[in-house]
Design a protein around this ligand. Structure first.
Ligand code: HEC
Ligand code: HEC
Length: 210
């Protein structure tokens, strides 16, 4: 059994449970009006439209939203609204939006060019094989309901993973995975995904798959 098979062997049962848990309450996703979303997103750009803007405490970059999957943005905003993600600023922002406004804003952000990183470099760290099933080997999600991680700020990805571990982000799938990650895994995965520009690594790897 190769090292990679061994890793999958370890994670496969968890993945199966998590995928099933997710599939059951799958939300119906409607296409939004990006032009209306652009107007509604005006206040959001005060933070999300400024490159290098940071959350004050603890300090980490405000996530990039342009090029993110619309379906995932709707899910994320719904979680802030419902309090399943705890972040006072975003809880306030999301609560002020109607469900229709959320769908339109998501269409606006998703319509832009994809997230881009400065990499890729070398081979992916072993832990990435576990994440690739949903987030893709270079952070381009296999389905719209999963977030793209490619080109996202590394410190934000780390903060999100810590959130799932601590329970300040409640999501059955990611709490299951994050709970088993060491600090070294978190750092390695965040560094790898944040460095990716969609399509580049896959080309270099010449069809190699996990
Ligand atoms: C004052 C700054 C600020 C404003 C204004 C703001 N955000 Fe945020 N947003 C943040 C921060 C900080 C985070 C990271 C929160 C966390 O750690 O969960 C975030 C996270 C998010 C996420 C989660 C992204 C992901 O990949 O998980 C979405 C979606 C989002 N914001 C959308 C919006 C929208 C839509 C608006 C406008 C209605 C908005 N934000 C306004 C600071 C802001
Ligand atoms: C079975 C599918 C699946 C697997 C495997 C998976 N994830 Fe996720 N991931 C998700 C889903 C679904 C979300 C959105 C959760 C939510 O709504 O908060 C997510 C969210 C995230 C986020 C938050 C991104 C953001 O923009 O807020 C990070 C970071 C993340 N995953 C990293 C990882 C890492 C690292 C691994 C591998 C150790 C991994 N994931 C494995 C499905 C998966």
């Amino acid at each position: 059994m190769s090292l990679k098979t061994a890793r999958y062997g370890l994670w496969a049962p968890l993945m199966a449970v998590m995928v099933l848990a997710w599939a059951a309450p799958a939300a119906v996703y409607a296409q939004g009006d990006a032009a209306r979303g652009a107007k509604l997103a005006y206040t959001c750009l005060g933070c999300h439209g400024i490159p290098d803007y940071r959350n004050v405490y603890p300090t980490y970059h405000v996530p990039k939203l342009f090029g993110q999957n619309a379906e995932y943005l709707v899910v994320a905003l719904g979680e802030y609204k419902a309090g399943a993600r705890k972040h006072p600023t975003m809880n306030g922002q999301a609560t002020s939006l109607s469900d229709a406004a959320i769908v339109d804003i998501a269409a606006f952000f998703a319509g832009a060019t994809p997230l881009k990183g400065n990499g890729p470099t070398g081979q992916p760290p072993a832990i990435v094989a576990t994440c690739a099933a949903c987030h893709g080997p270079e952070g381009v999600a296999i389905m719209g309901m999963y977030p793209n991680l490619a080109g996202q700020h590394a410190d934000f990805l780390e903060s999100a993973l810590h959130g799932y571990k601590k329970g300040t982000r409640q999501n059955a799938i990611m709490q299951g995975f994050a709970g088993q990650l060491s600090e070294a895994d978190i750092k390695a995965a965040a560094a790898w995904f944040s460095a990716q520009s969609p399509g580049v690594w896959t080309q270099k790897a010449n069809g190699q798959k996990f």
